[in-house]
Design a protein around this ligand. Structure first.
Ligand code: F0G
Length: 357
């Protein structure tokens, strides 16, 4: 039941749309790139395959190509209001891309700490083009995260990782949008899990939406880690996480408890999918016109795994979050696809190549 959804038509950016529900005030300078309001796309293919009514929340259409922008607008606006000189984050790539863009927007200095060799080129390009200072470490994301927290604890800079509560607050707005689009919460909510901030945010958003009377129900929350980077499923820190989905190559998630609370509190679960399954789901989405990065396909791979195990009730409404845009990391797309064909620049050879001669 959508009794009292806020009057958001025409308002751009999540702070303007959901001002009352975010930790900002009328004196906060709003740093925005008109993020949010992303499409909820119906998937006939996945609906047929799973027996559920499957919707895809395409977060890759945010300004920097990932869901991070929802949290970054709140974190950066408050950092600017507080007079912070430097924004710092550790990242597997998307947080750094978003931080760099929003810091540029705010006129603030930005520094990002990334694991050398494990950030997709498009994301690195974003951080560089927006003028962030990019520091690479010989170490993984978990090490970078620990280091950035250590530095932030003793020096006056603003950490814009999801340990910054503003990030979670901003990201919860995606759940509001889903509830608005469907008129209620879905039965099943499926998404990838890395540092676990986003699943924490969605669960908070659904709880708030219910509290506000926008939905009578809550979804069951299913979060999916990659098999080689599955600390929550294993119940122990993974020292050397591995997966082709570099965005979620994380062994010690900052919001671990948020993820377990979302799963347990909703009657859902945290599971793991193999790299091979992630790749198959990535290609399946591409075949229906939706280009995501690998990590973003992990949630869909999870839904497909659940369906194969008979765990998706027929006719249930399911939402899968597609967290990032495929253009950030075209390497895997190109590797698995047929190569371009060189043809002579004349109609005959073109028609021949198309089997239309
Ligand atoms: N999908 C994508 C595309 C991501 O970039 C991330 C996280 C996740 C899923 C997982 O979300 O961490 O909230 O559980 N990327 C972070 C980064 C870690 O640094 O860009 P999470």
């Amino acid at each position: 039941m959508n009794r009292s959804a806020p009057a958001i038509a025409g308002k751009r950016g999540v702070i303007k749309r959901y001002f009352e529900r975010l930790p900002v005030s009328s004196s906060t300078p709003i740093v925005t790139l008109d993020e949010g309001d992303t499409p909820l796309i119906h998937s006939d293919r996945l609906s047929d395959q799973t027996g559920a009514d499957v919707w895809l929340k395409y977060e890759g259409l945010n300004p920097t190509g990932s869901f991070k922008d929802r949290g970054m607008t709140v974190a950066m606006s408050n950092a600017l209001e507080a007079g912070s000189a430097v924004a710092l984050c550790a990242s597997t790539g998307n947080t750094s891309a978003s931080a760099a863009a929003y810091a540029a927007r705010a006129g603030m200095r930005c520094a990002v700490l990334i694991p050398r060799g494990n950030v997709a080129l498009g994301k690195l390009a974003q951080a560089l083009v927006h003028g962030a200072q990019v520091l690479e470490i010989e170490g993984n994301f978990d090490r970078a995260q620990a280091l950035s927290q250590e530095v932030a604890a003793t020096h006056s800079l603003t950490l814009v990782n999801s340990v910054n509560p503003d990030r979670i607050e901003g990201q919860k707005t995606a759940a509001f949008e889903i509830v608005e689009a469907l008129g209620r919460a879905p039965d099943i909510h499926v998404m990838p899990v890395g540092n676990a901030g986003n699943i924490t945010a969605y669960w908070r958003g659904y709880l708030e939406a219910q509290g506000a009377g926008w939905s009578d129900t809550l979804p069951k929350m299913f979060g999916w880690q990659a098999m080689g980077a599955n600390p929550i499923v294993a119940g122990a820190v993974v020292d050397n996480p591995t997966t082709i989905a570099t965005a979620i190559r994380i062994g010690n998630p900052a919001s671990w408890s948020g993820a377990t609370e979302a799963a347990a509190g909703s009657g859902g679960a945290i599971g793991a999918v193999r790299d091979k399954e992630i790749l198959e789901s990535f290609r399946g989405l591409a075949a229906e016109g939706i280009f995501v990065e690998l990590a973003a396909a992990a949630g869909v791979a999870g839904l497909e795994q659940m369906a194969a195990a008979g765990q998706v009730p027929k006719g249930a409404t399911a939402v899968c979050v597609l967290t990032g845009n495929g253009l950030k990391d075209p390497e895997w797309a190109v590797a698995g696809a047929p190569q371009p064909q060189l043809v002579e620049a004349a109609p005959g050879p073109i028609l021949e190549a198309l089997d239309l001669a």
